[in-house]
Design a protein around this ligand. Structure first.
Ligand SMILES: Cc1cc2nc3c(=O)[nH]c(=O)nc-3n(C[C@H](O)[C@H](O)[C@H](O)COP(=O)(O)OP(=O)(O)OC[C@H]3O[C@@H](n4cnc5c(N)ncnc54)[C@H](O)[C@@H]3O)c2cc1C
Length: 344
């Protein structure tokens, strides 16, 4: 079924809670709707939106916004493996809770991430040592350019850190994802290497289960991230910068001069002599943790997150705060921060 709404207010469709309207909102509930929608768009500007938890609307959107409400889930088993073909409009955390309750392993580390199944593939969502790419088997889409259904296997999705082929300039919004198939397991396959997850899980006396891992992760997330239904945010606003070794050394030199030789610059070594530096550390070091700019703020518990702390922030206030953070980090360390959040 297709639902069309003209001049649709999208405050409830983006977790930053920005007031922005779109010219036409189109919601669809089944694959059969997509050929019809393709004709409705007919050359008009359009975007595809999920739960709006990785989006900043910088102004009203003068075009069509497509949203999937395909909500069915099909389950198939092959020995220990469980294949879940999940409608792109399904809320990921509800799905993860159901899987954990059923004893299916694979998604539990992604607990608490807002958003829908379709976007999980686009974004290659990740947390606590697991990325969607580790469990995505295939992604089914409607190609809005060639008007046909197409299925991409895991390799064809070209997954990388918060990245997939769906985000390339030449494919952006071309594929409306209808189903994502996850390959889970009934065999215990916990991924507990990240941070103090193992300690947390093993310290409980309850039976070992995906639900236990989920709960430990939800506890850790709730301790540092704003609750999505209480405070407007889009999660991590900036990407962790990946820099050459000499830039990392420069950050170390600056930090040693300023905060003493014991100041350790956290880092993750990557292939090709590259180093990833946590953006949260850089933002905290320039003194912006908890910084308030009108109705916008840098979250006081996790500086990677920009929040609409009063619920009244305009897009401009968020954009101004983004610029303040980027400029301060660049002036101090010579590092360019890039936004992770889509600006529409
Ligand atoms: C408090 C908070 C915490 C977060 N924590 C994490 C985290 O730990 N890890 C992490 O990776 N992310 C995190 N995020 C970011 C966000 O939750 C993810 O990026 C999520 O996948 C976005 O899902 P969404 O449905 O809201 O997608 P949207 O933000 O609406 O869209 C994201 C992208 O997916 C595309 N898209 C959506 N649906 C479809 C579809 N059906 N077909 C084609 N394209 C589609 C959109 O065009 C857009 O490019 C967090 C966000 C918040 C607010």
């Amino acid at each position: 079924m297709i639902t069309k709404i003209e001049n649709h207010p999208m405050r409830g469709n983006n977790t930053m809670r920005i007031d922005a309207d779109c010219s036409l909102w189109i919601d669809f509930t089944s694959e059969e709707d997509l050929p019809v929608i393709s004709q409705l768009i007919d050359g008009k500007p359009y975007i595809i939106l999920g739960g709006g938890s990785n989006v900043l609307f910088t102004a009203d959107y003068n075009g069509v916004v497509l949203h999937s409400s395909i909500l069915d889930i099909n389950v198939a088993f092959n020995n220990d493996k469980v294949y879940l073909k999940v409608g792109s409009g399904v809320n990921m955390d509800t799905l993860i809770e159901q899987c954990c309750k059923a004893g299916y392993w694979g998604l539990e580390n992604l607990s608490g991430i807002p958003g829908e199944a379709g976007a999980s593939a686009v974004q290659n969502i990740g947390a606590y040592g697991v990325e969607a790419k580790d469990i995505i088997y295939e992604v089914r889409c409607y190609d809005l350019l060639q008007n046909k259904f197409v299925t991409f296997n895991n390799a064809q999705c070209e997954f990388d850190y918060r990245w997939s082929m769906f985000k390339r300039d030449d494919t952006r919004y071309r594929y409306a994802i209808t189903y994502v198939t996850f390959e889970l397991s009934q065999k215990a396959e916990p991924k507990l290497e990240y941070s103090n997850l193992k300690e947390k899980v093993l310290s409980t006396t309850d039976g070992f289960s995906p639900m236990l891992v989920r709960q430990a992760i939800l506890d850790m997330r709730n301790a540092k991230l704003p609750a999505v239904d209480e405070i407007g945010s889009a999660g991590s606003f900036f990407k962790n910068p990946v820099v050459p070794q000499d830039s990392y050394k420069r950050v170390c030199d600056i930090s040693h001069k300023k905060w003493g030789i014991d100041c350790h610059v956290p880092n993750y070594l990557l292939p090709e002599n590259k180093v990833k530096i946590p953006a949260a550390w850089l933002i905290e070091k320039v003194g912006l943790k908890g910084y308030v700019h009108g109705n916008a703020a840098v979250w006081h518990l996790q500086p990677l997150v920009l929040v609409n702390h009063t619920g009244k922030a305009s897009a401009d206030e968020i954009l101004e705060l983004e610029a303040i953070v980027k400029n301060r980090v660049f002036d101090e360390f010579g590092i360019i921060l890039e936004a992770e959040v889509d600006h529409v």
